[in-house]
Design a protein around this ligand. Structure first.
Ligand SMILES: [Zn+2]
Length: 88
């Protein structure tokens, strides 16, 4: 699942904190369940991804965050690196 997500979490070389895999703008502050716990998602590597506080709370138990963070560097939302299955 994460392979489809194509996460380049450490976008900047030498960065210590991984970027949020959803917005790639904010430092990740949480490990998000890609498929939420309420939908049976577990904490395996294939179902976890770094997320910032904003994306995590925008997502809740949806498949993806609903809104871009105010600080998002990208004008497109959903951003182009999200896999297709993510936005359906
Ligand atoms: Zn984010």
């Amino acid at each position: 699942m994460l392979g489809a997500f194509n996460i380049g979490v450490n976008a900047a070389s030498g960065s210590i904190t991984p970027l949020c895999s959803y917005c790639r703008s904010n430092p990740a502050q949480a490990v998000d369940h890609v498929s939420s716990k309420s939908h049976g998602g577990d904490l395996t590597a294939g179902n976890t991804t770094p997320a910032c506080t904003f994306c995590n709370s925008s997502k809740k138990d949806r498949i993806a965050p609903l809104n871009a963070p105010p600080s998002c560097n990208y004008k497109e939302w959903p951003p182009p690196w999200w896999p297709e299955w993510f936005t359906r």
